[in-house]
Write a protein that binds this ligand. Structure first.
Ligand SMILES: Cc1cc2nc3c(=O)[nH]c(=O)nc-3n(C[C@H](O)[C@H](O)[C@H](O)COP(=O)(O)O)c2cc1C
Length: 169
């Protein structure tokens, strides 16, 4: 099963890729549930502009190469985990934009969430907004896998960048 772990933040200095790396390391590739081929999809690298397709995505009449590439990427996945930063009590604009580009490519595929943020993360803001979007988009499962509140407490700065220090507590 091909699992895409999607990094939802794109700003310079973000910690999203570190959270995604940590989560990917938790996935058992040889699980007795069938195993996973994990790929991290970084929306900063995907680099979609703000939605610029003229047609409704359900028509799949994409006029831009970046949309065709994004469509092929999402269509190739069997399941998703969204690594969602909390921004203003919701999930990020780049993730919403990436969701909006496509329609049937997302459908009927299991999806899980890893949400993180500072003080208000853990209050289910990000997950409730995300789950509502998922429900409206008619996906099948919406499962919170992990919430990391006060994420800065799990990071250390060593001069060359950020190192994840995920603890057991
Ligand atoms: C624009 C913006 C809005 C934020 N809003 C919230 C918030 O509502 N609740 C919260 O707990 N943390 C909030 N934060 C803190 C972020 O969740 C935290 O900085 C996290 O590291 C952001 O993910 P990133 O580093 O991958 O961008 C906000 C951060 C930014 C940049």
């Amino acid at each position: 099963m091909k699992l895409h772990v999607v990094v939802s933040s794109t700003r310079p200095g973000r910690v999203g890729p570190l959270i995604a790396d940590w989560f990917a390391g938790q996935v058992d590739p040889d699980s007795d549930k069938g195993g996973f081929d994990v790929e991290i999809i970084d929306l900063a690298r995907v680099g979609l502009p703000m939605l610029d397709e003229p047609n409704h995505p359900a028509e799949q009449q994409y006029v831009h190469e970046h949309t065709r590439n994004w469509s092929a990427s999402v269509a190739a996945a069997d399941a998703f985990v969204f690594v969602m930063a909390e921004y203003n009590t919701g999930f990020t604009a780049p993730l919403k934009n990436a969701l909006d580009y496509l329609y049937s490519e997302w459908h009927h595929k299991p999806v899980g969430f890893v949400s993180y943020g500072m003080t208000s993360a853990g209050s289910y803001h990000t997950l409730s907004v995300g789950a509502q979007t998922i429900a409206d988009a008619a996906w099948v499962y919406a499962v919170p896998f992990a919430e990391v509140s006060e994420v800065a407490g799990y990071l250390s700065f060593d001069g060359s960048g950020i190192e994840v220090l995920v603890t057991d507590d």
